[in-house]
Design a binder for this molecule. Structure first.
Ligand SMILES: NC(=O)c1ccc[n+]([C@@H]2O[C@H](COP(=O)([O-])OP(=O)(O)OC[C@H]3O[C@@H](n4cnc5c(N)ncnc54)[C@H](OP(=O)(O)O)[C@@H]3O)[C@@H](O)[C@H]2O)c1
Length: 219
C-alpha cells in the first residue's frame, strides 16, 4: 500500500520521502508545483527513483482527495484552514493512519491556532494517528545564518552564546521547548527529555553533520 507525503519538497518532507523509499515503502510525494509526469523542478534532485510525484494543494482539499487514491498512510504537513476537509478526504479514501508534522509548541501550550487544529481534526477522525512535535530544526539556521555567511563568510548574530537544541530534520522526533531560563535551569530542564537516540534507537546527527549535509545552501 501507498504512503502519501504532503509537504514533500520541504526541509522535513524531503527526508520523509527519502527514508520511506529507502525502507522499501511505496511513496507518493505531493507538491503544489506544476510538473512533468515524473518529477517537478521543485522536487530535490535526490528524490529517489520509484517515488511517484503527484500534484496537490492542501488548500484545495479536492486535489488532495485525488492524490489519496489507494493510500493507506498519510504524512500530513500542517495546514489548519482545511485540515478537517483533508482529513475527511483521507477517511473516505480508506487511509488507516495519519502522521502529523506538529510542533513542541503544542506540548508547551503555546499553540492554539496553527498545529493544534490539525492535531484535533486528525484525532476526531477516528483514524490511527501519530503527532510529531519537534522543537527546533537545524534548518532554521539557513534563514538566520545563510545570508551573512553567503555575504561575508561570517555568522552575524545578536546572541552568540544562545544555547539551543536544533535537530537535524532527518530525525525530527525529539520534543524541546525554550522558555527563558538560566543555563543551569535549561540544562536541568532538558535532562528528563528523551534523547534522539532513545527515541530512534540511533545516535543523533550533530549540528556539524547537518551543516555538512547542507553546506551548499551557505555558499
Ligand atoms: N522550523 C522549526 O524549528 C519547527 C519546529 C517545530 C515544528 N515545525 C513544523 O515544521 C513545519 C515546517 O516544515 P518544513 O521545514 O518541512 O517546511 P518547509 O521547508 O517550509 O516546506 C513546506 C512544504 O510544504 C509544502 N506546502 C506548503 N503549503 C502547502 C499547501 N497549501 N499544500 C500542499 N503543500 C504545501 C511546500 O511544498 P510545495 O511548494 O512543493 O507544494 C513546501 O515544500 C512547520 O510548519 C511546523 O509544523 C518546525
Amino acid at each position: 500500500m501507498t504512503i502519501l507525503v504532503t509537504g514533500a519538497t520541504g526541509q522535513v518532507g524531503r527526508h520523509v520521502v527519502a527514508q520511506l523509499a529507502a525502507a522499501g515503502e511505496r511513496v507518493r510525494a505531493m507538491t503544489r508545483a506544476a510538473m512533468p509526469a515524473a518529477m517537478p523542478a521543485a522536487m530535490p534532485a535526490a528524490v529517489p527513483a520509484g517515488v511517484e510525484v503527484v500534484r496537490g494543494d492542501l488548500l484545495k482539499p479536492e486535489s488532495v482527495a485525488a492524490a489519496l487514491s489507494g493510500v493507506d498512510r498519510l504524512y500530513l504537513f500542517p495546514e489548519p484552514r482545511t485540515a478537517t476537509e483533508v482529513v475527511d478526504a483521507a477517511v473516505r479514501a480508506g487511509v488507516r493512519r495519519v502522521v502529523t508534522l506538529s510542533s513542541g509548541a503544542v506540548s508547551a501550550g503555546l499553540d492554539d491556532d496553527f498545529q493544534l487544529p490539525v492535531e484535533r481534526a486528525v484525532e476526531a477522525s477516528g483514524l490511527e494517528w501519530t503527532h510529531l512535535r519537534p522543537g527546533e530544526f537545524a534548518s532554521n539556521t539557513l534563514k538566520l545564518f545563510g545570508p551573512p555567511i553567503r555575504a561575508s563568510r561570517a555568522v552575524r548574530y545578536c546572541n552568540p552564546d544562545w544555547r539551543g537544541l536544533p535537530i537535524h530534520e532527518a530525525e525530527a522526533y525529539s520534543p524541546t521547548s525554550v522558555p527563558e531560563l538560566t543555563v543551569e535551569e535549561w540544562d536541568a530542564m532538558l535532562r528528563p527529555l528523551p534523547t534522539v537516540e532513545e527515541v530512534t534507537g540511533r545516535p543523533a546527527r550533530t549540528y556539524a553533520r547537518w551543516v555538512r549535509d547542507n553546506v551548499e545552501e551557505f555558499r
